[in-house]
Design a binder for this molecule. Structure first.
Ligand code: PEP
Length: 253
């Protein structure tokens, strides 16, 4: 990892106010591991409270509406997220692509709204097991990304990409470091083409899919892995911090 590793916890639809003690513990401990940049994305209902707790860690959201404030019952705009204290938003997560049939076009519109509201973006991509077994993983992921990458000038400065093979999310299975390195290299090639090499180098590519304290060190020292997007293991401060420690102790960090 050449740049400061970015370790992001995605709490998904987990967490009531009782979870604030975990956020506090993560925040206090993260101050000792400054070599890593640490952030969490709690559910909407906790963003403001986690933001108030957090002195060190970044706070973000897991989705936003693709447009401005207005008559959209039940939706949350990027402006509202920024007002609640969010600094970034995760977009294009495979659970949203599947559960809510989100398309690359919709995700691109969400990205543009979020950038306009001043948020940073974590754009997720990843293939199904079917695509991987058919030898189509790289082609699929690059097409997915090419169709949703923001075209706005300066967007790359606020962009992070997260490669998350769907079959590795919440399953306990992780991709091999060889497969991760190959996919991250391919993604870097696409970013180089889209933004030019110098700007592309600013975009971190995270890996996500059953990252835990036990496998974090190996994954985080894989070429082109700039950090991790962590689901299950981010729900307890102890396991999440195990990953943060691995990131901050990693040789290149
Ligand atoms: C995720 O959903 O972003 C994720 C990586 O989940 P898990 O770590 O639980 O596989």
């Amino acid at each position: 990892m050449a740049e400061r590793p970015y370790i992001v916890g995605n709490w998904k639809m987990n967490g009531t106010r009782a979870m604030l003690s975990e956020a506090r513990a993560i925040d206090r401990a993260a101050q000792r591991y400054m070599k890593a940049e640490v952030a969490v994305a709690p559910p909407y209902t906790l963003i403001h409270a986690v933001h108030r707790e957090a002195e060190q860690i970044g706070v973000g959201a897991q989705d936003c509406f693709p447009g401005e404030d207005g008559a959209h019952t039940g939706d949350i705009s990027a402006n509202m997220l920024a007002d609640a204290g969010a600094k970034f938003v995760i977009l294009g997560h495979s659970e949203r692509r599947m559960d809510h049939r989100e398309t690359n076009k919709l995700i691109n519109a969400k990205i543009e709204s979020a950038l306009e509201a001043g948020l940073r973006i974590i754009l997720c991509c990843g293939e199904s097991l079917e695509k991987r077994d058919a030898g189509e993983a790289e082609d699929f992921v690059l097409k997915q990304l090419a169709a949703s990458l923001p075209k706005i000038e300066d967007a790359a400065e606020r962009l992070t990409v997260a490669y998350e093979p769907i079959w590795a999310i919440g399953t306990g299975r992780t991709a091999t470091t060889k497969d991760i390195a190959a996919m991250h290299k391919a993604i870097r090639g696409l970013l180089d083409e889209a933004y030019g090499e110098e700007t592309s180098a600013e975009v971190r590519i995270l890996y996500g899919g059953s990252v835990k304290p036990e496998n974090a060190r190996e994954i985080l020292s894989t070429p082109e892995v700039g950090g991790a997007l962590v689901g299950g293991a981010s729900l307890s401060a102890e396991s999440f911090l195990g990953i943060v420690v691995a990131a901050s102790e990693s040789e290149d960090a």
